[in-house]
Design a binder for this molecule. Structure first.
Ligand code: ASP
Length: 338
């Protein structure tokens, strides 16, 4: 309690350098601002979010700023600009945000807008609704001053044209030695491509101790037109309860939706589980539902609780996540079932 009070006092003074020094000398616990996001390449997004948090900014502003970095990065083929298209060659983006007051906003299947996370925030702040889809979401974005842009890069178009040769749909998973994993138990069907980063889900706690989160994706590569996964669905791809904690997910969205994944993780934390234990239990539910075929699915969760503790867990190995705080930048390989 004393640590918490001291931390709030120093926040009130508004000096981030003071906070840094206090942390350095170990006077405070890990209760200061923290941001974490799915997949290690997103440490650059965490760094952008951190510029807000270290100045005692609001967690919601931090996660929006962070996620925008990945959305604008053409080398990330799972989010925003450069995202792999659906089977018709269209880049359709899904995103959502949720703040410390339980307010939320989302866009589904938004086309030609670089920053769906910012549109989702405006859905939350400027409309009486939570979710806008497709054409309506685009019209709303344009009315708010967003510009239409071509989001299909040459590389992603090339990959799509290559895919068209077989048109075989495989949800991506992250295991290099998938054949080996699968041969061990012979599941019915093999679904898998190698990929090392996907959807960005980002969670933050700010200097005032408030939580927010955001999630953004281009969805599964070569999905059916109109397909929406977990990422923009509040309770599936993201959930924030400012009394308890926050969680977000990546991987095969259909499986996350079926267990209301992120909400489940937060509710498990409410029952007293640590973030890692809560993520593990949610992952185990997906594994149980899928039996032996779970070995062909990747889903990962990360979670952050009100105390500033965090963790992650995935079905398959090689799911990692980055964390930024006054203790610096860290990357963790999440524990996994397989
Ligand atoms: N969860 C995302 C979806 O199902 C995909 C991903 O994380 O790569 O759309």
């Amino acid at each position: 309690m004393l640590n918490r009070r001291r931390f709030l006092q120093s926040s009130f003074l508004g000096s981030s350098s003071l906070l840094v020094n206090k942390y350095k000398f170990g006077e405070l616990s890990s209760q200061g601002p923290i941001v974490l996001s799915t997949w290690s390449p997103n440490v650059k997004a965490n760094a952008a979010a951190w510029t807000v948090l270290e100045k005692n900014g609001r967690a919601l502003d931090a996660v929006e700023k962070g996620v925008r970095v990945t959305e604008a990065d053409p080398s990330d083929q799972s989010v925003g600009y450069g995202g792999l298209p659906d089977r018709d060659g269209k880049v359709t983006l899904d995103a959502c945000v949720m703040d410390e007051n339980g307010n939320c906003g989302a866009v589904f299947a938004l086309e030609n807008i670089m920053h769906p996370v910012s549109v989702a925030r405006l859905v939350m702040e400027k409309t009486p609704h939570v979710q806008l889809t497709g054409e309506g979401a685009l019209r709303f974005a344009l009315s708010q001053g967003f510009k239409k842009e071509n989001l299909l890069t040459t590389e992603s178009e090339k990959a799509w044209r290559e895919w068209l040769k077989t048109s075989h749909y495989d949800p991506m998973i992250t295991v290099d030695n998938i054949e080996e994993e699968i041969n061990k138990q012979k599941p019915k069907e093999v679904k898998g491509q190698i990929n090392n980063h996907d959807t960005i889900g980002m969670l933050a706690i700010d200097a005032a101790g408030n939580l927010s989160g955001a999630c953004s994706t281009s969805g599964m590569a070569y999905k059916m037109s109109g397909r929406v996964g977990d990422s923009p669905i509040i309770g599936a791809g993201l959930f924030v309860d400012n009394e308890v904690g926050a969680a977000t997910s990546t991987g095969v969205g259909e499986e996350v939706i079926k267990i209301c994944g992120s909400h489940t993780v937060v509710e498990l934390m409410r029952q007293g589980l640590s973030p890692e234990e809560a993520c593990k239990k949610a992952v185990e539910r997906i594994v149980k539902r899928n039996g032996i075929n779970a070995k062909t699915i990747q889903v990962g969760f990360i979670a952050l609780n009100k105390k500033g503790e965090y963790g992650g867990y995935s079905i398959m190995k090689k799911f990692d996540y980055g964390v930024r705080s006054f203790q610096g930048e860290k990357v963790y390989n999440a524990k996994s079932i397989y």
